[in-house]
Design a binder for this molecule. Structure first.
Ligand SMILES: [Zn+2]
Ligand SMILES: [Zn+2]
Length: 234
């Protein structure tokens, strides 16, 4: 099994979907190879299997500043120029009507396009925002770690996506890397303080006691002490 994670862009499924989006942009006649930064470069910091040196770099202030001030604005400009983002939405949405989309890969691809656009802070048409809202309940969502290939959302990722839609503002990049509440999906910018870690597993984070309590029945199964997690290799 490859990478798996609770939140958006933490697992292979999402990172692979970003590569498919990149291919789609290319198929629209855009010379994406010549871009100074790739779409993936906005989200690959969540790659939990990245080499230790890379993970160490991701946590430096210099890297965070260049991601926020150089990489993300660069991609935003690319997506906003000649309405590339809008055309990318149209091309991706057109694929949703494929009848054999059993595992919702086509629909989920639209979700990933939406997440990348919000990550960049690019302009999204009201009709596309509404479409994303309508699409969310149609996508499979798992609340447990699965040992087989899952598809669709994991519940903390779904919450992240919905909170991002609620707080979306063109020109304002939305990070999916920073801690988010596993229940309501909000981040520090929304709640005014950093979400707090679950004291036992140190994986889940919550905006406060109410969300932690509300998610406990679901979270209990996967709330495992770090030392025990190593023994069980999960
Ligand atoms: Zn919350
Ligand atoms: Zn926990």
């Amino acid at each position: 099994m490859g990478r798996w994670g609770w939140r958006l862009f933490e697992g292979d499924q999402d990172l692979d979907a970003v590569l498919l989006v990149t291919q789609r942009v290319e198929s629209m006649g855009v010379d994406i190879e010549s871009w100074e930064h790739s779409l993936s470069s906005m989200v690959h910091q969540t790659d939990m299997l990245a080499p230790a040196e890379a993970i160490a770099i991701y946590s430096t202030a210099g890297y965070a500043a260049s991601l926020a001030n150089v990489t993300v604005p660069y991609i935003r400009k690319k997506l906003d120029t000649d309405k590339l983002g809008e055309r990318l939405f149209a091309a991706t949405r057109a694929k949703e009507r494929v009848p054999e989309d059993l595992f919702q890969k086509a629909k989920y691809s639209t979700i990933i396009v939406g997440a990348l656009m919000m990550r960049a802070g690019a302009c999204i048409k009201e009709a596309d925002l509404q479409h994303l809202r309508d699409l969310v309940p149609q996508i499979n969502c798992t609340s447990r770690r699965t040992m087989w290939e899952d598809h669709g959302f994991r519940s903390p990722g779904k919450a992240q996506f919905l909170a991002a839609l609620d707080h979306y503002e063109p020109g304002v990049a939305r990070s999916f890397q920073e801690p988010s509440c596993f229940k309501c999906g909000r981040i520090e910018a929304d709640i005014g303080h950093k979400p707090l870690q679950c004291k036992k597993c140190k994986v889940a984070t919550y905006c406060g006691k109410d969300c932690q309590r509300a998610q406990w029945r679901e979270h209990r199964v996967s709330c495992i002490h770090p030392a025990q997690r190593r023994v069980l290799n999960i």
